[in-house]
Design a protein. Structure first.
Length: 426
């Protein structure tokens, strides 16, 4: 946006800031938040604090640095209010779990470590953040963020002190960070219609089980080596030998094949052409098949057996069934993509495909957040500074999304707007 466009929307932005930043106690801090948002939205290659201060007529680098890096304002109530405004407006089809990486020099930025960097497509020194987004085919917005803390940071007291990482923040796997965010949102009374994620998350049986335990529907991409029994496979208990000893436990007699093997056995005639949306270059269309399967493997079976044994003293050996969605493009020699879903058995294949493919919208989010709003331009190193910056970027993104979708519709009031209960910094 150029300076004229930003100035034209200053009155609307002021109302937005007054509502979203109502939990920030001081008026001067809220004014700095308004200034920072304008800096993020204003045209410019870099959205570092120094660059934004130079472009803004009321920009003061020292004030903005203090507001983001040293100030103690809590970003959590701000995140909550953004979410309360955006969910009714977007009316999401799904919530999408994803992560984003930011290359970093040096080793003194919170959470930085040599790890896989999606931005570079290789292992590199970077920060990684896990996020949850509300999405439809026409709009989306980030709801929550968690900065991933690699294992090496858990006991590095020097770097933790210098980057001001709270004592209770330790290493947690990315899939657990995703669950933490879903739990936080649930504590605010917000639940997803469906949870969607790529294979880095969906292949994890513990994540799938945790979502089911929370009664959350999911559509999760998986790798082709995930194993599953056909739906009609049945566990069988062998005959007991002799009058003493334990009764044999029912189990599946044949090893579970991979979903890639199951899919290849279907034959091309089992795949149906499905159009899931209209893109800028026309219809997006491919061939799909959907079948009911019973995911297997020790990570799947152990918690099910333990729960059944605790409740009734034994387990019948039957694994729960779910959807396996398979994509086999016409120009491919074999199926290429797979998803597991616990959605109802009467779901149409078209609806399954649309949910599986809705992740594309998050890539649109990341482009705008990174290239348009400076998500990856933050040059600070502290844990609080990172969370302040990412919250401000989310606020700028939310404001622009509101202007695109419903510029004249006031946001609904919310109890959190009036709440004075303090929240913890993530």
């Amino acid at each position: 946006m150029d300076a004229h466009e930003v100035n034209r929307m200053r009155a609307m932005l002021a109302l937005f800031v007054a509502d979203v930043f109502v939990s920030v106690p001081r008026k001067d801090q809220r004014a700095k938040g308004d200034c920072y948002l304008r800096g993020l939205m204003l045209d410019g290659r870099r959205k570092s604090i120094q660059a934004m201060a130079e472009r803004l007529p009321d920009g003061n680098e020292q004030n903005l640095q203090q507001f983001v890096n040293q100030s103690t304002w809590d970003p959590v109530p701000v995140q909550r209010r953004i979410t309360e405004r955006m969910l009714p407006l977007i009316n999401p089809t799904a919530w999408v779990i994803d992560d984003v990486s930011v290359p970093k020099d040096g080793r003194m930025s919170a959470g930085v470590a040599p790890q896989y960097c999606g931005a570079l497509g290789k292992r590199a020194n970077c920060q990684v953040a896990v996020s949850v987004h509300a999405a439809t085919d026409t709009a989306s917005c980030p709801l929550q963020w968690r900065l991933f803390l690699p294992k090496e940071w858990a006991s590095d007291t020097v770097r933790r002190a210098l980057t001001r990482i709270p004592a209770n923040v330790m290493h947690r796997e990315k899939w657990r960070l995703a669950l933490d965010m879903l739990d936080t949102l649930a504590s605010w009374g917000m639940t997803p219609p469906v949870v969607v994620a790529d294979a880095a998350y969906g292949t994890n049986a513990r994540l799938r089980a945790a979502l089911s335990d929370r009664s959350l529907a999911y559509m999760l991409a998986i790798r082709g080596d995930v194993v599953a029994h056909p739906f009609d496979a049945e566990p069988i208990a062998p005959v007991r030998n002799g009058p003493v000893g334990c009764w044999p436990q029912p189990r599946y007699r044949s090893p579970a094949p991979s979903v890639a093997a199951l899919s290849a056995g279907l034959g091309q005639e089992a795949f149906t052409p499905v159009t899931w949306r209209h893109g800028s270059r026309g219809e997006l269309r491919s061939r799909f098949a959907a079948m009911r399967v019973r995911p297997a493997g020790k990570a799947v079976e152990r918690p099910i057996k333990a729960a059944a044994s605790a409740e009734q003293g034994w387990w019948d050996g039957i694994l729960p069934d779910c959807w396996l969605l398979i994509e086999w493009p016409a120009d491919a020699a074999a199926p290429t993509d797979y998803w597991l879903s616990n959605l109802p058995a009467d779901m149409s294949i078209t609806d399954l495909v649309r949910l599986a493919k809705i992740r594309w919208r998050i890539e649109h989010d990341y482009r705008e957040l990174k290239h348009g709003l400076g998500l990856d331009h933050f040059e600070g190193r502290s844990w609080p500074g990172w969370h302040h910056h990412v919250t401000l970027v989310s606020a700028a993104h939310a404001f622009l999304t509101e202007q695109r979708l419903a510029p004249k519709v006031p946001a609904p009031d919310s109890p959190s707007t009036r709440s004075s209960t303090p929240s913890r910094t993530p």
